[in-house]
Structures are given as C-alpha cells and as structure tokens.
Design a protein around this ligand. Structure first.
Ligand code: PLP
Length: 387
C-alpha cells in the first residue's frame, strides 16, 4: 500500500463499528501488511539489512524503513485511521513529539503521566525549552480551557495507574489555539478500545511494547496521525534521532499484532469479571477499573470506549508490605512490571521510581488471557497467604 492510500483512511467514517478500508478491524489486523504476490512469503520476513541495492528509493533502514516496518505501520495506521510511524520504543515516539516543539512552547500534561514522559517534560523545563502545566485527566473543563491556550496537549487515557479516563470527545472537540496539537497516549486502550483521531486528536501514541506486541518480548512505539506535514516532520525527527525500530522487533510486533483483537477481547472480559470479584472481596479496599460504576471516570469511559481495557489497580487491606507479599505469593500471575502481555502481571506501584506518591498498598494488575477462574484462584490464594 502506498503512503497516499494509508493517508486516505477517513476519520469521519470511524465512529461506529470499527472498520478499516471496508473490512472489520479484527480482519484488517490479520490481513494487512502482506505482500500478496505469487511466490512471496505469506508473512513479511524480518528484514535484517541496514542498506539496500541502488538505484532504489529505499537506501538505508533508518531513513526509509524496511518491508517489515512498512507492514507494521500499515497495520497500526489502518487501525487508528491515519498514517503510522513506528519507533524503537514508546519513549522514542513520545520524544519525537516533544523534541519537535519550538523553544518557548507551552505544554499541558496529565497530572500523573507515564513517568518517562514526565521526565522528558521536566528536563525540557529545566533546559528552558518549554513550560509545562499539569492537569488532572478528569478535569475536563481545565483541558478544554488549555486547548484554547497551549501548543501541545499531552493526554494519557486511561492513565497509569489510577485508570483515570479523559473525556476525549469533549476535549478533542474544544476550540483550539491555532496550530496546536492534541496528542493522546492510547497505550492502555489500543485502537480496538478507543479512536482518538476520529474524535479530533491530531496524534495517537502507543507503546507497542504493551498490548500491540502483546508478548512482553520486544520494545516498540508508534505515532499515528492524518496530517501529512506532521507525518513528514515526525518522520524526519525519527531519522535524526535514530529512533528506528530493529528488524526483528518489527517482525515480532507484526506477529503479535495479528492476534490483538482476540487478545483484547479476552483480556477485557477477564478484567471486567476480576474487577467485580475483587470489588466484592473483603480484603481488597479499592478497585480502580473504568468498567466499574464506582470508578470516578466510569461515565466518560462508558460514553466512548469500546470496553474498558485490561489494566486495573487495587489496594489490599494492611500496610504497603502486604502488597509486596501478595505480588510475591502469586504463582500464576507474574510479579513483574509492564503490562499488555498475554500473561497477567502485577506489581506494587509505589516501589517504582517516579511513582512513590501512589497509595502504598496499590497493586497495578495487567490482566492477561489465562482462564479467568485460574487467575482468580491465584489472586485469592495470594491474598489469603498474606492475611
Ligand atoms: C510503557 C509506556 C510508555 C513507554 O513505552 P516504552 O515502550 O516502554 O518506551 C509510555 N506510555 C505508557 C502509558 C506506557 O505504559
């Protein structure tokens, strides 16, 4: 598919059942990015070459990507309704956006963003490159106000690890300062759960390390946009910063993405059921999952998300050490950071650098695709073990 065809996905067509170029998105994610020519391999191979025979438009993989990165970009771009650029990590993608801002820019950032993004923003402030105001993701009026004033709105929704959901349709439709950008870190949601470009955002960012890759075996990031000038600008930043993805990682990300629809459906169903059960458990004090009516941003989430994602956080009764013990006592659920894999993971967030202000007993739980009753049995035994 040519870049022009990629750009032709019309965001206006994407409000209802998620379709990509006349097929369901769940079909697209399997069908896209293939070279349907007799004799060509069914799966795009991992192209492990930095340079290519000339004359050709494809010179060097940092400059032009490869057949493998093209496939990944076609898949992700189609899902989000725009043109995708893939990066060596989610942070590589985030840095490309921030580093492209003119000196003196103003940024509105979520109050508790991903700690790496917070670090980038803070460093730029120290260097006098831009100013940053922090806004609670749930404070829709403040975001709407910021849309009329600042140069970059960086929203993360659902946000890490309180699962706050921003009212994206309202914020993205707000009157805007001319030329500014609304970027949404949609890592926790994936394109199957929310469509920020269709709501009026300019940029979607994913850490494809998480759900899109889906197997905790690679680092990858993506930016998706519909504006061609923005695409060219960010592609050039990626080239200059050397933030390209490796051939093997791109291959693994394509392979992982093939099952994204299946994995999200299973993981979300599991998460909803486990959130309900945890909510009713006597030793669990708080469950934060946007699918629960008790979540502060449930109404916003229910108004535009297709499901509620597969990440939640909960508190165990007792001191912070008990949360560590629960994570250690788990036998099926993996005691590990990160999220979005087929395997369930959990960790006590307050022990993570930059997250010390989180409630001490908060456990972030990324629900995988194991059988829901097996996951539940493990949670029950781990909590009981530490009673
Ligand atoms: C993991 C993550 C990132 C950073 O992505 P990497 O692939 O680890 O560089 C950014 N935002 C969110 C919400 C994340 O979970």
């Amino acid at each position: 598919m040519s870049p022009d065809e990629k750009a032709s996905c019309n965001p206006d067509d994407r409000a209802d059942g998620l379709e990509v170029q006349g097929m369901q998105a769940s079909t697209w994610v399997i069908a896209a990015g293939r070279n349907r020519v007799p004799g060509a391999p069914l799966n795009v191979p991992p192209v492990l070459a930095s340079n290519f025979y000339l004359p050709s438009d494809r010179l060097y993989s940092r400059t032009n990507g490869t057949e493998t990165t093209d496939a990944l970009e076609e898949i992700i771009g189609g899902l989000d309704g725009g043109r995708a650029l893939v990066f060596g990590s989610g942070m590589g993608a985030a840095a490309a956006v921030l580093d492209g801002l003119p000196v003196g820019s103003t940024i509105a950032l979520s109050a508790d963003p991903y700690h790496g993004v917070a670090g980038l923003a803070d460093q730029g402030v120290e260097q006098g490159r831009w100013s940053v105001e922090r806004i609670d993701m749930a404070d829709t009026a403040a975001w709407v106000d910021a849309a009329g004033r600042v140069d970059l709105l960086w929203l993360e929704s659902p946000a890490n690890p309180l699962l706050t959901v921003a009212d994206l349709p309202t914020i993205c439709a707000a009157p805007r300062k001319a030329g500014n950008l609304i970027a949404v870190d949609s890592t926790f949601a994936t394109p199957f759960v929310q469509q920020p470009l269709a709501m009026g955002a300019d940029l979607v960012m994913h850490s494809a390390t998480k759900f899109i890759g889906g197997h905790s075996d690679l680092l990858a990031g993506a930016l998706v946009m519909t504006d061609d000038d923005l695409y060219e600008k960010l592609a050039y930043r990626r080239l200059l910063a050397g933030a390209s993805i490796g051939g093997l990682e791109a291959f693994l990300a394509v392979r992982g993405a093939r099952t994204l629809a299946l994995r999200m459906a299973t993981a979300q169903d599991n998460a909803m059921e486990l959130a309900r059960r945890l909510d009713a458990h006597g030793e669990i004090t708080t469950v934060r999952y946007p699918g629960l009516p008790s979540h502060p941003t449930h109404a916003a989430a229910a108004s535009f998300m297709n499901g509620f994602g597969a990440v939640m956080s909960f508190d165990v009764a007792g001191p912070g050490e008990r949360a560590d013990q629960v994570c250690q006592a788990a036998e099926l659920i993996n005691h590990a950071t990160s999220l979005g894999g087929v395997e369930s993971t959990m960790e006590r967030r307050a022990t993570i650098a930059g997250q010390e202000t989180m409630p001490p007993t908060l456990i972030r739980f990324s629900v995988g695709c194991e059988d829901v009753d097996d996951i539940w049995a493990d949670l029950e035994q781990a909590v009981k073990h530490t009673a």
